[in-house]
Design a protein around this ligand. Structure first.
Ligand SMILES: Cc1cc2nc3c(=O)[nH]c(=O)nc-3n(C[C@H](O)[C@H](O)[C@H](O)COP(=O)(O)OP(=O)(O)OC[C@H]3O[C@@H](n4cnc5c(N)ncnc54)[C@H](O)[C@@H]3O)c2cc1C
Ligand SMILES: NC(=O)c1ccc[n+]([C@@H]2O[C@H](COP(=O)([O-])OP(=O)(O)OC[C@H]3O[C@@H](n4cnc5c(N)ncnc54)[C@H](O)[C@@H]3O)[C@@H](O)[C@H]2O)c1
Length: 586
């Protein structure tokens, strides 16, 4: 089937759902596809004021021009084009390190985020896997040395392959790729490296970039892009920031045997994004099991390049927001770093885009302000993905892109749903979450129950035989429900396979399932996922956001559950280490 016929067949399947303007757009699109190339015309000014109704879309070069071919932009472009709209996407030339004039199709996720990060994670995990194998009888198992350069070369090859696949995907959907830097010149005009094009709609999908902190010596620190392009593995590394990026890289470096420090101004890593009790459990695990040095309640004040080339990070106590935490606090310094990594959040990439100049309302930290349909205050301009600073995750960027692509192609506004968005931090151990945290549920004044359970995965005991000095691996699961083991409100997990498990259970939460329904499920044994079913408790109850006093019988039961959890946790570590010792002796 020819390219044109394929496009017609696709549109034919969905034509019933197309608004008249989109159907007309399809026909124009189909005829334009019969030409081998489209010319970019130069126009002095944009016709029409704004919005789709003010002017016939045939007077524009395109129905939609999308600036940015990352997760959000590619999805918006393909969705609109597959529904028959004439679409162009503007993207900077490709480079593994992004800059003001370098980017690449696929964007952060493919080239500098999720994908290379996960490839590095896979590479690092082999070491601990092979070490654990000794506990299962692989006496000669040895990971050897990671050929860092070899890994980097393989990673680049894989990213180039995915980048090519993304380009082919755009092409087969009928999207025109315009390489260059896009600047908005008017409600219907975009300039690409000095060439002007007109369009009925503009979609801003320019993503984000790492934030910086104004401390002396900050120029010695690197950002996540550079970590993923390092020439050598750093023996000692400090991560500034205890969020997703800081904790993910900390885990990966620790897996490779580096000395790892994390500096964070809050009391707990991943807080307040994740449930507090989950963060406490995670903190214990990443210090005890992963051996990461956590410098909590600290601010970096200075990064000094020493005569031997190493970096010293000076610390000062941060103002403690959460006095209930027992985590370490204070000043001091971390010496001997080969690298210091800034992971203090990301900000929208909107500088020089021309948005303020044409009256687009902006939000905090340069983000683009949008309504529930991702439309800005200028009706012909939309924004999706990280640039809007809503939820900075790839699947969310794709969801927003798809909704806008459909809105543009069909003329009917589509609203993305932010209900039950799951997320995971690929740290050591993994942490995954969906729904409300205990703190959020209490703050909302909800009446709810809390269930929790700590366990040791089946493989942990034998794996521990290979590393008798290390604590036994522990996992934690926590569930919030409406009273009477009712509707699920939140589910959180730390440990093995947590992201895969939470992804599955997110559907239950989204569909409004109850704990009773989950408990009626037959588990798959032996798995870590079955630990989510049949949780005993509740360990705590809240009425209208206030934690309830428990009757003595219930309290006794809950205390023993809690004590068991805390005991198992704290030093799943010592007590469980003892158990492992016993089984080893046996
Ligand atoms: C280290 C790291 C790890 C991550 N891991 C995960 C993860 O595991 N899971 C997850 O869900 N999310 C993860 N994220 C977040 C995820 O990568 C982002 O949420 C997602 O990429 C956002 O997509 P986007 O399309 O909004 O922006 P981007 O992917 O950043 O795309 C924006 C594109 O616009 C281009 N651009 C910018 N300005 C212009 C211009 N003027 N003209 C032309 N082109 C322009 C850029 O070059 C870029 O290609 C991670 C992020 C980082 C940094
Ligand atoms: N697995 C994933 O899904 C994943 C992985 C990486 C990144 N991401 C996305 O990318 C975003 C950016 O990641 P991130 O880790 O940079 O941000 P983050 O918001 O997760 O964490 C930033 C950390 O930096 C700290 N911080 C902020 N300003 C500081 C300052 N001035 N001094 C000291 N510390 C400071 C914060 O307290 C926080 O601990 C995330 O929010 C997330 O949405 C997702």
């Amino acid at each position: 089937m020819s390219h044109l016929c394929k496009a017609a067949a696709t549109a034919g399947c969905t034509r019933g759902a197309l608004a008249p303007t989109a159907a007309a757009a399809f026909l124009r699109h189909a005829s334009s596809r019969s030409r081998s190339t489209r010319n970019i015309t130069t126009r002095a000014a944009a016709p029409g004021a704004n919005g789709s109704s003010s002017s016939s879309s045939s007077s524009y070069d395109y129905d939609a021009v999308i600036i940015g071919a990352g997760s959000a932009g590619v999805r918006a472009a393909r969705t609109a084009a597959e529904k028959g709209a004439r679409v162009a996407v503007v993207e900077l030339p490709m480079a593994f390190l992004s800059s003001a004039d370098k980017g690449g199709v696929g964007g952060t996720c493919v080239l500098r985020g999720c994908v290379p990060k996960k490839l590095l994670l896979f590479a690092t995990e082999f070491k601990s896997e092979i070490e654990s194998a000794k506990g299962f009888g692989w006496t000669g198992a040895s990971a050897g040395e990671l050929d860092w350069g070899g890994f980097m070369a393989a990673k680049r090859e894989e990213l180039s392959r995915i980048n090519k696949g993304y380009k082919e995907g755009l092409d087969s959907a009928g999207v025109e790729l315009l390489e260059g830097r896009g600047v908005v010149k008017g409600p219907h005009e975009v300039e690409v490296d000095g060439r002007s094009i007109t369009t009925r709609n503009i979609v801003i999908a320019t993503g984000g970039q790492p934030s910086h902190i104004p401390i002396p010596g900050a120029e010695h620190a690197i950002i996540s892009d550079q970590v993923l392009e390092l020439e050598a593995l750093p023996k000692v590394v400090t991560l500034i920031g205890g969020g997703y990026i800081g904790m993910e890289f900390a885990g990966m470096f620790a897996r490779l045997g580096c000395e790892v420090h994390v500096v964070a101004r809050q009391s707990l890593p991943l807080a307040p994004r994740f449930d507090k009790e989950v963060c406490e459990f995670f903190m214990e695990q990443c210090t005890a099991s992963a051996g990461i040095h956590m410098h909590m309640n600290c601010n970096p004040t200075d990064i000094i390049r020493e005569a031997d080339g190493s970096l010293t990070v000076k610390l000062a106590p941060a103002e403690k927001k959460d006095s209930s935490s027992s985590s370490s606090s204070g000043g001091g310094e971390i010496r001997g770093n080969a690298q210091v990594v800034l992971a203090v959040g990301r900000a929208a990439k909107t500088k020089g885009l021309g948005l303020e100049e044409i009256g687009v309302e902006m939000g905090p930290k340069g983000s683009v302000k949008v309504d529930a349909h991702s439309r800005t205050n200028v009706p012909s301009i939309w924004a999706v993905g990280d640039v809007t600073s809503r939820i900075a995750l790839t699947p969310v960027a794709k969801m927003e892109g798809q909704a806008v692509g459909l809105s543009i192609a069909t003329g009917q506004e589509v609203t993305p749903s932010y209900e039950a968005v799951p997320s995971a931090c690929f740290s050591w151990p993994y942490v995954a979450t969906v729904g409300l945290t205990e703190e959020e549920a209490a703050k909302k004044g909800l009446t709810f129950e809390v269930y929790s359970h700590t366990f040791s995965p089946l493989r942990a005991h034998l794996a521990a035989r290979a590393a008798p000095d290390k604590p036994l691996q522990r996992c934690f699961v926590k569930m919030l429900t409406e009273p009477g083991a009712g509707k699920l409100l939140g589910l959180h997990m730390v440990g093995e396979e947590a992201p895969e498990i939470i992804q599955g259970f997110a559907l239950a939460l989204k569909l409004g399932s109850t704990k009773q329904q989950l408990d009626s499920l037959v588990g798959i044994h032996p798995t870590s996922a079955e630990e989510v079913l049949g949780l005993k408790g509740p360990v705590r109850m809240y009425k209208e956001g206030k934690q309830q006093q428990q009757d003595s019988k219930q309290e006794g039961m809950n205390n023993s559950t809690k004590a068991q959890a805390a005991g198992q946790r704290q030093a799943g570590i010592k007590a469980e280490g003892g158990k492992a010792e016993a089984s080893r002796a046996a």
